[in-house]
Design a protein around this ligand. Structure first.
Ligand SMILES: Nc1ncnc2c1ncn2[C@@H]1O[C@H](COP(=O)(O)OP(=O)(O)OP(=O)(O)O)[C@@H](O)[C@H]1O
Length: 301
């Protein structure tokens, strides 16, 4: 009986020892897990359940793929402009070209017309003259053929008549005398300039008449009687129309002498002087003169 009691006591002690060993082990295990846990929860900011930690590599891969795609897409997010310069992404694109239409006081309608002709920026001669003419100055411009001289006076004249200094006093009534007179040495040039004034001036409802020698008088006289805003012509025919009292220059806001040296060479000296002398008050007229060379007579004019 005593032996059985001892065996029981030994078994109980062994069981207790075993249980306390398990407890130790469990405590150690728990400790171990606790030291691991912060790392795993910090890693992705997620709880470390087994199912989630199993998903983590896939999520990481997706994230990496996205990063790679973004890196590949990045060059497209910073587009290069026509000059190859990078422009700031996410902001409205600033026109890098100082001569871009946006940098000039050109109305939207006129800009649209220019763009329809593929003109997105002004040529240097146009950029130089635009503000000067629009602000009311007289001008002498030396320019070779093909530099875009025509638009150098067409654009600021139109803006000045419609939105600028001459807006308030410009006549718009039926039978009005013209606001603009352009003199050129040849009918080809007159036709060219007339076409530009018609195309761009038409935007504002401005009418143009072309008058050169050899063409019938009747249509020109009819147009002048009804009233036009712009007259483009050669000196001989313009002088004739003045002398026939079909054309009167008393309301003129602009007079343009284009290719002045050529007009001199072609013998239009007297006609030009007579026409210029018909303006009553020169302080009320802007005079723009373009010439490839500046002989004495051109300087005097
Ligand atoms: N800013 C511009 N951008 C692109 N093209 C333009 C621009 N200005 C004018 N042009 C074009 O350039 C060409 C020459 O222009 P323009 O005829 O006005 O030159 P010009 O110097 O007056 O020539 P010309 O001496 O023969 O009269 C035309 O075809 C015109 O449409």
């Amino acid at each position: 009986k005593a032996k059985r009691k001892q065996l029981k006591a030994e078994a109980a002690a062994a069981a207790e020892a075993a249980s306390s060993g398990k407890k130790d082990k469990k405590e150690k295990k728990d400790k171990k897990r606790k030291t691991k846990e912060p790392a795993s929860s910090d890693e992705e900011g997620r709880s470390s359940t087994s199912s989630e930690s199993d998903r983590a590599p896939a999520a990481k891969k997706a994230k990496k793929d996205k990063k790679d795609k973004k890196a590949k897409a990045e060059p497209a997010e910073e587009p290069a402009n026509d000059d190859g310069e990078l422009t700031a992404s996410g902001e409205e694109e600033e026109p890098a070209d100082p001569n871009a239409l946006a940098n000039f006081r050109i109305s939207e309608k006129l800009k649209d017309k220019l763009k329809s002709k593929g003109i997105n920026a002004l040529f240097p001669i146009q950029a130089t003259t635009f503000a000067l003419v629009l602000d009311g100055n007289d001008l002498v411009g030396r320019a070779r053929t093909g530099q875009g001289k025509t638009l150098a006076f067409v654009l600021p004249i139109l803006e000045s008549l419609v939105n600028g200094p001459h807006k308030a006093t410009r006549r718009t009534d039926y039978g009005r005398p013209p606001s603009v007179l352009v003199l050129l040495p040849t009918r080809e040039l007159a036709n060219q300039v007339h076409a530009d004034f018609e195309f761009y001036g038409g935007t504002f409802g401005l009418s143009t008449c072309c008058a050169y020698g050899g063409s019938p008088y009747r249509p020109q006289e009819n147009a002048l009687r009804q009233g036009v805003d712009i007259v483009v012509g050669t000196p001989g025919r313009v002088k004739d129309l003045i002398e026939k009292q079909k054309l009167n220059l008393r309301c003129l806001k602009f007079r343009v002498l284009d290719e002045a040296d050529e007009m001199l060479n072609m013998g239009f000296k007297d006609d030009v002087e007579l026409i210029l002398g018909k303006v009553e008050d020169v302080t009320k007229v802007q005079t723009l003169l373009f010439s490839a060379t500046l002989p004495e007579w051109v300087k005097k004019v």
